[in-house]
Design a protein around this ligand. Structure first.
Ligand SMILES: Nc1ncnc2c1ncn2[C@@H]1O[C@H](COP(=O)(O)OP(=O)(O)OP(=O)(O)O)[C@@H](O)[C@H]1O
Ligand SMILES: [Mg+2]
Length: 231
C-alpha cells in the first residue's frame, strides 16, 4: 500500500507548496527513485501552474502533478494506490472555526493520509493560526488512533532566519510543544533564495553538497525519510 503524506497549515505562505515540490523532486530521483505523484488539492493550483512553465515539450517529468478536488481524490484513491508508492498532498486546508475537527474539509483529505507535516513560520499572527491548526489535527489524530492507518503529525520550522527575534520566539514555543509530546522535526529549513526559486523538477538533494542551502535540505530530507521508515 502506498504511503500518503500531506503537507498542511491553514496559514498561507508558510511554504507548503515549496516543500512539497522540493520533497517530490528529490524523492522521485536518484538516490531514492521512488514512484510518486503529487496531488495538488489547493484551488490555487500553484504547483500545477508552476510545472506547466517548467518543461520543454519533449521532456518527461520525474513525477506527475495531478490537480484533484477532495472528492476526485477520494474516487481515485485505489488507482493512485496501485500506481504509486508515495503520494504527496499539497492541501489548502483552511479551517472553518464553526465546525468541529470531524467536520472540517481538510479532515476528509487527512482521513487517507498516513502523515501530516505542518510547516511553522515565525511572524505576526502566524504562530497562532498554526497552533490552532495543530490542535484540530491532533483531535483528528485521536479520532484515527485505533484505525488500521493511524495519522502521524509532525511539525517543522520553515524559512528559519538566524538572529531574528521572531524566530527565537518560535523555537522556544516549539520546544514547549515538544515537551508536551508533540512531534517536531529537529532540522529546520532555513530561508534561502535557492528554496524560494525551487522548481518542481530539480532535486536539491546532495549529500556531498558544499552549497549551504542544498546541505540544509539534504539533512532535512534525510530526517523526513527516517520518519517514513520508522513505521
Ligand atoms: N525555506 C524557504 N526559503 C525561502 N523562501 C521560501 C522558503 N519556503 C518557501 N519560500 C517562499 O515563500 C513563499 C510562500 O511559499 P509557498 O507558496 O510554498 O507557501 P504555501 O504555504 O504553499 O502558500 P499558500 O498558502 O498560498 O498555498 C514563496 O514565495 C516561496 O518561494
Ligand atoms: Mg501553496
Amino acid at each position: 500500500m502506498s504511503k500518503i503524506i500531506a503537507f498542511g497549515n491553514q496559514k498561507g505562505g508558510v511554504g507548503k507548496s515549496t516543500v512539497v515540490a522540493m520533497t517530490a523532486s528529490a524523492l522521485s530521483q536518484a538516490p531514492f527513485d521512488i514512484r510518486l505523484c503529487v496531488v495538488d488539492c489547493d484551488k490555487q493550483k500553484s504547483l500545477v501552474e508552476a510545472r506547466s512553465f517548467e518543461l520543454e515539450e519533449d521532456e518527461t517529468p520525474p513525477y506527475p502533478i495531478l490537480a484533484l478536488t477532495v472528492e476526485e481524490f477520494q474516487n481515485q484513491i485505489h488507482e493512485l494506490d496501485k500506481a504509486y508508492d508515495l503520494i504527496l498532498l499539497d492541501t489548502a486546508g483552511r479551517l472553518d472555526n464553526n465546525k468541529s475537527a470531524a467536520e472540517q474539509e481538510i479532515t476528509k483529505l487527512l482521513l487517507y493520509a498516513d502523515y501530516l507535516f505542518i510547516p511553522f513560520r515565525a511572524g505576526s499572527f502566524n504562530l497562532e493560526a498554526s497552533l490552532e491548526y495543530l490542535k484540530v489535527t491532533l483531535e483528528l489524530q485521536t479520532l484515527r488512533k485505533d484505525k488500521p492507518r493511524p495519522l502521524q503529525v509532525w511539525g517543522f520550522v520553515n524559512m528559519y532566519k538566524d538572529r531574528s527575534k521572531t524566530n527565537a520566539f518560535l523555537v522556544s514555543e516549539i520546544d514547549q510543544l515538544r515537551n508536551q509530546g508533540i512531534a517536531f522535526m529537529l532540522c529546520r529549513l532555513r530561508n534561502y533564495t535557492l528554496f524560494e526559486e525551487a522548481d518542481t523538477v530539480t532535486s536539491l538533494y546532495d549529500v556531498n553538497a558544499s552549497n549551504k542551502a542544498k546541505l540544509n535540505f539534504t539533512v532535512w530530507l534525510n530526517e523526513l525519510v527516517k520518519i517514513l521508515k520508522n513505521d
